[in-house]
Design a protein around this ligand. Structure first.
Ligand code: AMP
Length: 549
């Protein structure tokens, strides 16, 4: 028997229409290096989005299914493109501006972007690539920047404001199939070429509702969210879409992502929520310690993208900023789990123990753990295996490139269609995920596994350690052993013996690293995660000054 419900497709244009009318006065606030941030109401965003869609269709000839690339920081114009391209039936393709140039060109060609919208400040990155971009017919430049390099280039060049000026402020958004492609984003490609994940209108819509649930980020129109996570990193974790659903203001940092400006914008615009990877928060913490500011409005901080060290959580708690830890991947849209303690533990001594896990699965994300032999492991909080997930906003395949069949490599998808995350961990009976490592980063020492993340977290709890990354290195006797690389805080006096002694009470004795190195910085990937591939190579090439205890 069929239901008697209306069959209304879950479209991004519906989120836009709702935000621009019901939450008309909410704002996208873009930080500038001038005196005042730029403020644009959701009503204006709605009108300008329609104007942009008209321009893309009528002036640039963008048709349904065409890919529209963005090489942009977080700001109002990027939000407009977020809604214009999918709502008109095209596909938004956010380009990771931190990818090596060659990879960036590869990604544009692979997705066959017809248009690229680019910040004027990022032209020095785009212009040298243009001769290699086969499909790009139009470049739309937004904001200030030296445009002289664009003279005589093959794609037609437009100015964003001139392009949209005078066009109609309403658009008859098409009634699309909700399963159609809305946006795409490539994984950061730490192994091999990046892989394209294509989100549907339906997946974005449902994911946005999850972001807004009280047990997730739970923001309302009384909130302002500082979106530090880049719009090119998995749809800025769904925050722009979620904002137009519930009306919270978006505070966009543009290109001002250094700790100083971030502290300044928190103090002056007074957001209530912020989202970013741990390395950003480590930097902000150092800044706030050196130069205290009034950050009292910032009640909730969502940290994800890599494991949040418990010491960082404690430090933020002490400043009155409550950290909420979350796990996800490009392939999971990205919200997979979020760490809010269950009701019975809130306000008790047990609460912190829940908050430092990766968090609980929401109803729409099914999870299972697979042991080394492929057997499904129990949710007992002890049995560790590879996490596999499925659900309406989890990828079931990768983008093949034009005309190809979707790619389902066996190392990423199980035979019955679950996504193999490559993350190793445990799940408790209550559905809390605790990751111990990436499958490829775990240290296999004499038949036992050592969690690199556990060692890092313990080390980063030392008062003189700013950052620590631990990788597996070959060892004749044990197969692999941990190498600890540490960034010491200014004026630190701790030596390796002291650090090892500090770890001794926190992890099993046989897990203690005997190889140590002090480094200036931990190498980071294009989205700010520890790049362990680089550390392993530095070690193999003899580029690290290693002390053996
Ligand atoms: P990406 O697709 O670039 O966002 O990377 C996804 C990967 O980041 C995951 O598979 C995890 O290995 C890692 N990751 C994301 N969030 C967390 C977290 N909260 N704790 C540990 N690892 C995380």
């Amino acid at each position: 028997m069929l239901s008697t419900m209306q069959d209304v497709p879950l479209l991004i244009s519906r989120i836009l229409r709702h935000g621009a009318t019901v939450h008309a006065s909410s704002q996208v606030i873009t930080w500038t290096d001038g005196a005042e941030p730029r403020r644009r109401s959701f009503a204006e965003i709605g009108s300008r989005t329609a104007q942009l869609a008209h321009a893309l269709r009528d002036e640039l000839g963008v048709r349904e299914g065409d890919r529209v690339g963005t090489l942009m920081w977080n700001h109002a114009e990027h939000v407009e493109t977020y809604f214009a391209a999918p709502s008109m039936g095209a596909v938004l393709h956010t380009l990771n501006l931190r990818l090596p140039p060659q990879q960036l060109a590869w990604v544009v060609n692979h997705a066959e972007d017809r248009v690229v919208l680019v910040d004027g400040s990022l032209l020095p990155l785009l212009v040298p690539l243009l001769p290699h971009l086969r499909s790009v017919e139009h470049v739309v430049v937004s904001g200030p920047g030296d445009r002289s390099g664009l003279e005589g280039v093959r794609p037609r060049v437009h100015d964003y404001e001139e392009l949209i000026a005078g066009r109609p402020t309403a658009y008859d958004w098409p009634e699309l199939d909700e399963r159609r492609a809305a946006a795409m984003c490539y994984t950061s490609g730490t192994t091999g070429d990046p892989k394209g994940v294509v989100f549907s209108h339906r997946s974005v819509y449902l994911h946005s509702m999850q972001v807004n649930m009280a047990q997730s980020m739970g923001l309302t129109d009384a909130d302002t969210s500082l979106v530090v996570v880049p719009q090119f990193h998995v749809n800025a974790w769904g925050l722009p879409h979620a904002a137009l659903m519930t009306g919270f203001n978006l505070l966009m940092p543009d290109r001002f992502l250094q700790p100083g400006p971030l502290a300044e914008m928190i103090e002056s615009v007074r957001p209530t929520h912020a989202a970013a990877v741990p390395t950003i928060w480590q930097g902000l913490l150092a800044e706030l310690t050196a130069r205290p500011r009034d950050v009292s409005t910032l009640g909730q901080v969502t940290i994800g993208g890599s494991a949040c060290p418990p010491a960082l959580m404690e430090a933020f708690d002490a400043l009155g900023m409550r950290v909420c830890h979350a796990w996800g991947m490009t392939e999971t849209s990205p919200l997979g789990t979020i760490a809010r303690a269950p009701g019975h533990a809130v306000g008790t001594d047990e609460e912190f123990g829940y908050r430092v896990t990766q968090g609980r699965f929401p109803a729409s994300v099914e999870a299972r753990l697979r042991g080394p032999d492929g057997d499904t492991l129990p949710w007992d909080g002890r049995s560790a295996g590879e996490l596999e997930v499925r659900g309406p906003w989890i990828a079931g395949a990768y983008y093949p490139g034009p005309d190809g069949e979707p790619l389902r490599p066996a190392e990423k998808f199980s035979e019955d269609g679950w996504l193999k995350t490559g993350d190793v961990g445990t799940i408790t009976q209550e559905g809390y995920l605790a990751l111990t490592d990436r499958a490829k980063d775990v240290i296999k020492s004499g038949g036992e596994w050592i969690s690199s993340v556990e060692l890092e977290n313990a080390l980063m709890g030392h008062p003189e350690v700013a950052e620590a990354a631990v990788v597996a290195v070959p060892d004749e006797k044990w197969g692999e052993r941990p190498l600890a690389t540490v960034v010491l805080k200014e004026g630190a006096t701790a030596d390796f013996e002291a650090l090892r002694a500090f770890l001794a009470g926190k992890v099993a004795r046989w897990q203690l690293p005997e190889r140590w190195s002090v480094v200036q910085t931990v190498p980071k990937t294009s989205v700010g995660k520890f790049d362990k591939k680089v550390i392993r190579k530095q070690y193999a090439d003899g580029d690290l000054d290693v002390t053996q205890l």
